[in-house]
Ligand binder design. Structure first.
Ligand SMILES: NC(=O)c1ccc[n+]([C@@H]2O[C@H](COP(=O)([O-])OP(=O)(O)OC[C@H]3O[C@@H](n4cnc5c(N)ncnc54)[C@H](O)[C@@H]3O)[C@@H](O)[C@H]2O)c1
Length: 253
């Protein structure tokens, strides 16, 4: 098991991708603090993984609130005795993203990861090790019909990660980003209800000929959090079925 004995915090872990990350992490031996602002969703994630023998506890809290962030981090220390891995995964819903609403997009997308990182770093520095995985997006790298505020915030997350990676390397702390492409979740399904055929149209842009699954992102998160990635920091791993590599739209045949 690649995360045996490790202790992790995963934010937004009641959501589709966060839940898949918790499922993979616990299956690989980690004990996980399952954070979300949505109590029912977080509890569902915990029930799912504990039923399979995993160790997880729900800690409800808003990652944009410094007091609540302190409580989330303290819960990991109290319940499991440390913090080896932090996954900044939470994001506000698609409504505010599509409306370019600064407050929720910027605060959940960038302030939250910043606050959690600041709380976790002293613990990781004392231990002399740690891995932070920030969930960005291909939207940070190029325009794919997405809203520009979301792109800017996700690009900011990459900039913050790389700069932190340089500073924290000497403490044995690695900080990396994942940029997922379109990962089919209930929110995508809901959008497709209003725009029939949307997912099939987008799928045709993907060289691998399919859209992503939450577990595709979870597999990458396990890798970056594990010792298999012990010489990888400041990296941006695209998990996008080849989307950002290009497409055959220019093919002359
Ligand atoms: N689904 C995709 O296609 C896709 C693509 C690229 C990147 N991403 C990124 O992956 C991550 C997860 O996406 P998802 O599709 O699973 O989203 P999701 O909406 O299913 O899950 C996000 C979770 O974050 C929680 N959350 C919101 N605000 C919070 C707060 N203030 N404090 C704590 N929790 C909060 C929500 O309750 C929700 O459960 C996000 O960062 C998203 O931007 C998703």
């Amino acid at each position: 098991m690649r995360l045996e004995g490790k202790i992790a915090i995963v934010t937004g872990a009641g959501g589709a991708i966060g839940r898949a990350i918790v499922a993979r992490f616990t299956a690989e031996g980690a004990a996980v603090v399952v954070n979300d602002i949505n109590e029912r969703a977080a509890e569902e994630t915990v029930d799912l993984v504990t039923a399979r023998g995993g160790r997880a506890v729900a800690v409800i809290g808003d990652i944009t609130n410094p007091t609540e962030v302190k409580r989330i981090v303290q819960a990991a220390l109290d319940r499991f005795g440390g913090i080896d891995i932090l996954v900044n995964n939470a994001m506000c819903g698609w409504g505010p993203i599509l409306r370019n609403e600064w407050q929720p997009v910027a605060s959940v997308g960038l302030l939250g990861p910043w606050l959690l990182t600041q709380e976790c770093l002293p613990v990781m520095r004392t231990a002399g090790r740690g891995a932070i995985v920030n969930i960005s997006s291909v939207n940070a790298l190029a325009g794919f019909g997405n809203e520009h505020l979301y792109s800017g915030i996700k690009a900011g997350l990459i900039g913050m990660s790389r700069s932190l990676a340089v500073r924290e390397g000497r403490h044995g702390i690695r900080i990396n980003c994942i940029c997922p492409g379109s990962i089919v979740t209930p929110q995508w399904r809901k959008l497709e209800e209003d725009k029939p055929g949307l997912l099939d149209r987008i799928k045709s842009l993907y060289p691998l000929g399919r859209l992503g699954k939450p577990d595709d992102v979870a597999a990458a998160a396990v890798f970056l959090a594990s010792d298999d990635a012990s010489f990888i920091t400041g990296a941006v791993l695209v998990v996008d079925g080849g989307l950002t590599a290009g497409n055959l739209g220019f093919d002359f045949e």
